[in-house]
Design a protein. Structure first.
Length: 656
């Protein structure tokens, strides 16, 4: 659709990726990698003869083009950490072809563009603190002149054009994904021997920045551009050059004032391979060399912008070396346990084995970065999965008390307590509103929900709980303190006894659902509706029903009575809790006439239904006062028995 004023209009405004598609996952969430978004623009103005002619954008119009999230489709917290650049940076586009295999499927689409259309490039990055959920983006532009001020390339405005980006986690390198070249003769003279080791990635991954060792060994007379990782026998040291290093090297860059050299002597040697990841082993007499292996992290960044950490691994007494990938240190920056009511205590838990109390864990994670700094990062999936709730204690491995359970997912039952005073109240709706009001937190903090349950019959007493999580392989709790971290938060949960819905609380409705004169078959459905705010969600049937030879496959009988020539049975239908599920007569009793006829079973919005079935077919008389059990929407179990009073069903409270 065209956007226009009296003398100027946008006749084309579109966003896409370079291959013409509107979806990509070719973006690493590392804060440096970019994906190219192409904006197509066609601006027209009215000429002298009243016709529209295309014109170039002005510099200010071109500069005004921005990529922004489509806020109506994006949770505000999910858009945190996205950065929009006007220039391409030094890192490669696309994803690393880890296997080196040729990609399958069709090749890139060829995009043909009207030559009148102007092409603008914008570049998007995303920080590690951000969600990996797909985000929808559109373009905006501000036009010079009157009438048209801003146009969006996204529905429901005119141009209905947007793109989706689904960022992916950066790859973690394996030792087998490094290619090694060793120069054992980099320098060998006058009692000094230098070996040089060069690594790079495989299949198109290479290192472009060397940040050196995080914690190098302090060595007297250290080389001018050197960091030592290990020293052994006053004769071997291994380490790396700091930053970029020229091709022409001198021994003083590795170590100064070596006894094997004459005063003022500083031999030169060459860096034969132009690889950023380069380590050196020096063998000579080295006075005052510390005898230590720091195992310090060596940080490098690859051509896709991902930071990697390695450690130098000496062997043969320091005469040889290799490297091994290591994980960057991670730790919780923020760890807090909270309740959805904004308080530190609650009694919103029925001790019935099913009801859940929602507890939330606020988590912020930081990771070791360059120059010894820590950077906010997104919690990993395995870290979030490790989050749990346990008894408050100084012991990080403290188990839960007997009968308590912590679930990672919410079940079907309502959160909160049944409020008898609220007509049609939904406990979890109120709870969610409170949650949103009280969980305002910084952008780098993620909220993880857990759900506590207490088994039936366990001692009901108030308990104090803490959160526990594993970050970077180490266990932390919300009652944790060391030299760098201090957390102290808890919640109290005071469970309640499950409530009972008595017969007096129920509203009864009787429906004469089926009558067939010829056979004398009569079926009545009895409905019981619970009080406002409650509903039955599961009908468990009878504990010990009568055994009838011709019993329907979905029926359970509690009594059979003969009156005159009619046999009457009372019982419940099982397996029909889904709305609209009507049993057939065959499902109720096998020998009744009209077996495929469906009996209306949903006249009242409740699954608490019993049947009175009357017919001329013989049935063995009897009665069992067995409990009929149902579960409500808070997981509380309710039990009743049935008996006959004349031609009516009398419902009785079952006392356990």
């Amino acid at each position: 659709m065209i956007r226009q004023s009296n003398n100027m209009r946008l006749s084309h405004f579109k966003v896409r990726f370079a291959d013409g598609t509107d979806y990509t996952d070719a973006l690493y969430a590392n804060g440096h990698h970019q994906v190219d978004i192409i904006v197509e623009v066609l601006k027209e103005v009215i000429g002298r003869l009243g016709s529209w002619n295309n014109v170039a954008l002005t510099d200010s119009e071109r500069a005004s083009i921005k990529i922004v999230p489509v806020l109506m489709s994006v949770d505000q917290s999910e858009a945190v950490g996205w950065v929009f650049d006007t220039e391409k940076n030094e890192y490669d586009s696309g994803l690393w072809n880890r296997t080196g295999e040729a990609p399958g499927g069709p090749g890139p689409n060829s995009v043909i563009v009207d030559p009148r259309i102007e092409i603008i490039h914008r570049y998007v990055r995303v920080e590690e603190i951000s969600s990996l959920e797909p985000i929808q983006f559109m373009a905006t532009i501000i036009l010079d002149g009157e009438g048209v001020t801003r146009s969006y390339s996204e529905y429901p405005t005119d141009f209905q054009s947007s793109v989706f980006i689904a960022p992916v986690a950066p790859p973690v390198l394996l030792s087998t994904e490094l290619d090694l070249i060793t120069d054992y003769y980099a320098f060998d003279s006058v009692g000094v021997d230098v070996d040089m080791y060069y690594w790079d990635g495989v299949n198109g991954l290479r290192f472009v920045d060397n940040y050196g060792l995080v914690e190098p060994l302090y060595v007297p007379n250290e080389g001018t551009v050197f960091q030592t990782s290990y020293g052994f026998s006053n004769a071997y040291k291994g380490g790396v050059f700091k930053g970029a290093t020229s091709v022409d090297l001198r021994l003083s860059m590795v170590h100064q004032n070596l006894p094997a050299l004459s005063p003022g002597e500083d031999p030169a040697f060459l860096r034969k391979w132009n690889r950023v990841m380069c380590a050196v082993r020096l063998h000579t007499q080295i006075p005052n060399l510390p005898q230590n292996d720091t195992q310090s992290k060596w940080l490098l960044r690859d051509n896709f912008g991902t930071l990697h950490a390695f450690k130098i691994v000496p062997h043969e007494g320091g005469n040889r070396m290799n490297v091994a990938p290591v994980q960057l240190k991670r730790r919780p920056k923020h760890l807090r346990i909270i309740l959805t009511n904004g308080q530190d205590s609650t009694d919103a838990l029925y001790a019935n084995s099913r009801h859940q109390c929602k507890v939330s864990i606020e988590l912020g994670v930081e990771q070791e970065g360059i120059d010894g700094l820590w950077e906010d990062v997104q919690p990993r999936a395995d870290e979030k999965d490790s989050a749990t709730i346990t008894l408050y204690s100084a012991n990080v491995n403290q188990p839960l008390p007997a009968g308590w359970a912590c679930d990672a997912a919410r079940n079907i039952y309502e959160i909160g307590l049944w409020n008898r005073s609220l007509e049609g109240a939904e406990g979890d709706e109120v709870e969610e509103q409170i949650t949103q009001q009280n969980m305002g937190s910084t952008n780098a903090i993620e909220v993880i929900d857990r759900f506590m349950r207490l088994e039936t019959g366990v001692s009901i007493e108030s308990r104090r709980f803490m959160a526990r999580i594993v970050i970077g392989g180490k266990v932390y709790t919300t009652n944790f303190s060391d030299a760098e971290i201090n957390f102290d938060s808890w919640v109290h949960i005071s469970p309640r006894q499950p409530f009972r819905v008595r017969v007096a609380d129920l509203v009864r409705t009787v429906d004469h659902a089926y009558w067939e004169f010829g056979s004398g078959t009569d079926i009545d459905v009895w409905y019981w509706l619970p009080p406002p705010g409650l509903k039955f969600v599961s009908q468990l049937g009878l504990d010990s029903p009568m055994r009838l030879f011709d019993e329907g496959r979905y029926f359970q009988t509690t009594l059979v009575h003969k009156s005159d020539k009619y046999y009457r049975k009372v019982g419940v239908v099982i397996g029909h809790d889904i709305p609209g599920a009507n049993p057939k007569i065959y499902d109720i009793h096998k020998t009744l006439p009209d077996p495929t006829h469906s009996v209306p079973f949903n006249r009242v919005n409740t699954i608490m239904r019993a049947m009175w079935v009357s017919g001329k077919k013989g049935m063995p008389e009897g009665e069992v006062r067995t409990p009929w059990r149902l579960l409500d929407n808070y997981g509380c179990m309710h039990a009743y028995t049935m008996q006959r009073i004349g031609n009516n069903i009398q419902l009785l409270d079952y006392e356990n």
